[in-house]
Design a protein. Sequence first.
Length: 444
Amino acid sequence: MNAAAPMPLTARCGGPLHGRVRVPGDKSISHRALVLAALTVGETRISGLLEGEDVLRTAAAIGALGASVERGADGVWLVHGVGVGGFREPASTLDFGNSGTGCRLALGAVAGSPITATFDGDASLRKRPMRRILDPLERMGARVTGAAEGGLLPIILHGAVDPIPIIYESPVSSAQLKSAVLLAGLSAPGETTVIEAEATRDHTERMLKHFGAKVASKPHGDHGRRITLHGQPELEPASVVVPADPSSAAFPIAAALIVPGSDVTLEAVMTNPLRTGLLTTLRQMGATIEALETRDDGGEEVADLRVTASQLRAVDVPPERAPSMIDEYPILAVIASFAEGATRMRGLKELRVKESDRLAATADMLRVNGVEIEIDGDDLIVNGKGRPAGGGVVATHMDHRIAMSALVMGLASENAVQIDDSSFIATSFPGFTELMRSLGADLA
Ligand code: S3P
C-alpha cells in the first residue's frame, strides 16, 4: 500500500447525510488482543478485529514471534499463544509499517523474552520517538543496539534474560508507553508499577485482567493513576469481542454535525470514559448526540450514538482532557471551524509526534481551506466563522487522521477539499470511503 502511487480524493458538499452504520473494530483493542493472546497458552478467539493495515502488521509480527495466527472463514481470528516469555527469535525484521501502537506494544512484549529482534517501520514511523519506550525497557534489563542507540527505528532489541520489575513514573502520559512497560513486566518476578500523571486509555489493564493477570489501578494525584501488575502470571486464553472504534466513529459523527439536515446513527460505539473526550467537548459546543441503548460488549461499555446536524459554539478544551481524545484533535479542529467563535485546544504537545506532526498538519489543513488559526505554544486556536471556504489541496503527510479530517471538511465547506493521498486511511479505517458514501457523502 504505502509504496504505491498516491491516491488523491476529493470531498464535495452534497445533500444531508442519513443512515445507520457501524465503524470497524477499535484499533487499540485489536492490537492488544493479538499481542496478549500470543502470550497465553492455548487458543484465543477474537471477533470484530480491525482488519486495517496497522493491525495486520501486528498479526504478522506475533506470527513471526512464534504464535499461530489465522483468520477463520467467519471472520473470527484464532491465535495460539506461546506463553509469557515464550517468543522465538524472528527470522527477519518485524516491520510495523505506519503503526506506532503495534511497534511499541511489541517492543514491550519482546523486552520480556530472551531473544533479539529488529524493529522497523515506514518513513512516518521512522521519525517517531522510541527512546521514551526504550528507557524503561532498558531499566528492566533489555538492551538496544543499532543506529542512534534506538532513538529512532530501525532498532535491534535484545530482550532481558532475567527481567527486572520496576516502578516507573512516566514522563509522558502515553498508553503505548504504559502498555510496553506492563507487557515487559509480565515476564518479571514481583510487581511492576507504572505511574501516569494523567490517566490514559486502560485497555491493556482491562485485557490483562480478562486473560487472568492480577492488575490493580488506583488514582494518583488529580488526574493520574498508579497501575501495578503481578508478574509471571500464566495467561489463560479467553474470547475477545472488539467493539467499534470511537476514534473512527469521530469522522461520521463530525460529518453529521456539520452537514445541514443530517441524521446519522453509529452502532455500538465504545464509550470507555478514557476515550470519550471528544463527545464531552462536542456536547459542550451544543452538539446533539444521543447515546441510545448503552450496554456492555465484551467488557467495554458501548452505545448507539444518534447524531443530528447542530449549530455549534466555540469552547475552551482543557489540557487534562487530551489523553481521552488525543487522536481526535484534527477532526475537532475541523468541527471548530464550522462553529461560531474561537475554540482553544490546550496542551497538544503530543500531537507533534503522531503519524505526522499533527499540530502543524492540522494547522496547514485549515489554513489552505481559508480558516484562521493560530498556534500559541502547545495550544491550537481555531477561529470559526460558520462555514469555511474550502477549496484547498491538503497534504496528508502519511497520516490517516489528517486525510479523513480534511475529507469531512470538504463535505460541508463552500468549495471542494482535495487530499493528496487517501491510501493511509486503510491503516485504521478500511472501508471509510464506502461507509461515508453509504450515508450520502460525495467522495470521488
Ligand atoms: C494508543 C495510544 C495513543 C494514541 C494511539 C493509540 C494506544 O498514543 O494516539 O493512536 O492504543 O495505546 P500515545 O500512547 O502515544 O499517546
